[in-house]
Design a protein around this ligand. Structure first.
Ligand code: ADP
Length: 441
């Protein structure tokens, strides 16, 4: 075929030049023998022909062939689709499948010939041989569906999990647009994450078991240190050593507990129990717990109550209490001598959220570090200088707890001048995620 087109190309070129020569001769002759208008018309035709040829827009099958040579041809495109390891399914807006690659055949155990050209509906899930494919086509039919992108936004990303056989899939759906920008179909890319998720699960299972095992001996050590400290007749040196050992045991226990919380959070089994709560009363109870520590180290802790009553919010007071206590604890620990911590709550004016802030007059966070403080194990250099103890896990837990309530957490700070941590909680219960999703899987 290619040889045929190249022969055509060459003969068309020869023909073009012969035509040019003839027209040129006629043009020259017309100047001498024909009236002026005929000469002008011929001149225009000649110039147009030359312009078309120079512009390099050869007409007919030649153009198609040349374009094909420059871009990836149909066969090459098919080869690419066939060799892609991820599952690829393309269907139009009336759910007729037009592409089903070999990876899709393998994953769904269905032949391309039985799928391509066929229109599908949720009803087809009744056919056992098609069930898995239909559940991917209509993810709400899957036994477990976790949305990973916001509703209505493309690409739509959902994680699906199946039992018997166990399968973890990530499905990414994007629209196919025509030249006018109208949706003419959809492409689904399906990634089999079964192995990856199994590895992550066994890692977090290991952390969960190890943390459990460590908790009991640490509690015993704490208990022995506490009772030794209360014995009489201890000299100052021994007392100080026991005190230091107790602080370290406390720190170790907190880190182990944080690791246990993280493994549960990442597995999606932290077990949230939401109840409608008066957020002001809730904050008061968390602050009540923090006052003694603030007083002990000379930090003034205040609660600025909102001027207007706040709407009730759907929260898990135990889990959110843990997050707020962590933020207040940080504000106290990373403060300066005789520093101040102010907790405030207010209703956001435009959006259906309550915003809570924890402001301190402490060491602050540099612009560079503020991007990293919500990641696991991160501790800023200025913080490690003033407080050697710390796991860098607290804010990661705070972020996940707040997000599981449908809120957002962020910080503003200036190094050396204090920090303010903010988080939001929706006042509209439909904004609270309905199910607890695994994180980082
Ligand atoms: P930890 O306090 O155990 O180090 P966190 O996850 O609670 O762990 O905090 C992570 C890091 O964020 C801290 O080590 C510190 O660098 C920074 N940070 C958090 N809160 C504050 C604060 N109020 N002021 C200054 N730095 C803070």
């Amino acid at each position: 075929m290619r040889a045929f087109f190249s022969v055509i190309t060459r003969s068309r070129e020869v023909f073009f030049w012969i035509l040019c020569a003839v027209l040129g001769a006629v043009f020259v002759a017309s100047i001498f023998y024909f009236p002026l208008y005929a000469a002008i018309a011929e001149g225009i035709v000649f110039i147009l022909l030359l312009a078309i040829f120079r512009a390099g827009v050869p007409p007919g099958p030649l153009a198609a062939e040349q374009r094909k040579e420059k871009s990836v041809g149909g066969t090459e495109f098919e080869n690419i689709v066939e060799s892609i390891e991820d599952t690829l399914v393309v269907y139009d807006t009336d759910l007729t499948v037009s592409l089903f690659n070999p990876a899709a055949e393998k994953l769904f155990g269905a032949k391309k010939s039985a799928i391509v050209g066929r229109k599908f509906s949720p009803e087809d899930a009744k056919d056992a041989s098609l069930e898995r494919f239909i559940q991917v086509l209509f993810p709400t039919l899957s036994p477990t569906m976790i949305p990973r992108s916001s509703a209505g936004a493309y690409p739509q990303v959902v994680d699906l999990a199946f039992q018997d056989p166990y399968l973890e899939l990530r499905v990414i759906t994007s629209p196919i647009l025509d030249r006018r920008g109208e949706t003419v179909g959809f492409v689904k890319v399906v990634r089999d994450r079964t192995h990856e998720v199994s590895l992550l699960k066994s890692k977090s299972e290991f952390i969960a078991i190890a943390s459990h095992q460590l908790r009991t001996p640490i509690t015993n050590i704490e208990w022995v240190l506490q009772s030794s400290l209360s014995s009489e007749g201890l000299d100052e040196n021994t007392k100080q050593s026991l005190q230091n050992a107790l602080i370290s045991a406390n720190q170790l226990k907190r880190t182990v507990e944080d690791l246990l919380h993280i493994s549960k959070i990442e597995d999606g089994r932290f077990g949230y129990e939401f109840t409608e709560t008066d957020i002001v009363a809730f904050l008061e109870s968390v602050l009540e717990e923090a006052y003694p520590e603030a007083r002990r180290i000379g930090i003034s802790l205040y609660f600025e109550r909102p001027k207007e009553p706040l709407p009730p919010t759907l929260i898990d007071s135990k889990k959110l209490g843990m997050a707020v206590a962590n933020l207040i604890d940080n504000a106290i620990r990373y403060n300066t001598q005789n520093g101040k911590v102010v907790v405030e709550a207010r209703k956001q004016e435009q959006d259906p959220y309550v915003e809570i802030s924890i402001r301190d007059t402490g060491i602050g966070i540099s612009h560079e570090d503020i991007q990293k403080i919500f990641t696991k194990f991160f501790r800023a250099e200025n913080a490690t200088r003033v407080k050697a103890n710390g796991s860098g896990l607290g804010l990661y837990i705070v972020k996940n707890i707040v997000q599981s309530h449908g809120g957002r957490v962020w910080a503003e700070s200036e190094e050396g001048r204090g920090s303010t941590f903010y988080f939001t909680i929706p006042t509209d219960s439909s904004l609270v995620p309905p199910i607890e999703a695994p994180v980082g899987h």
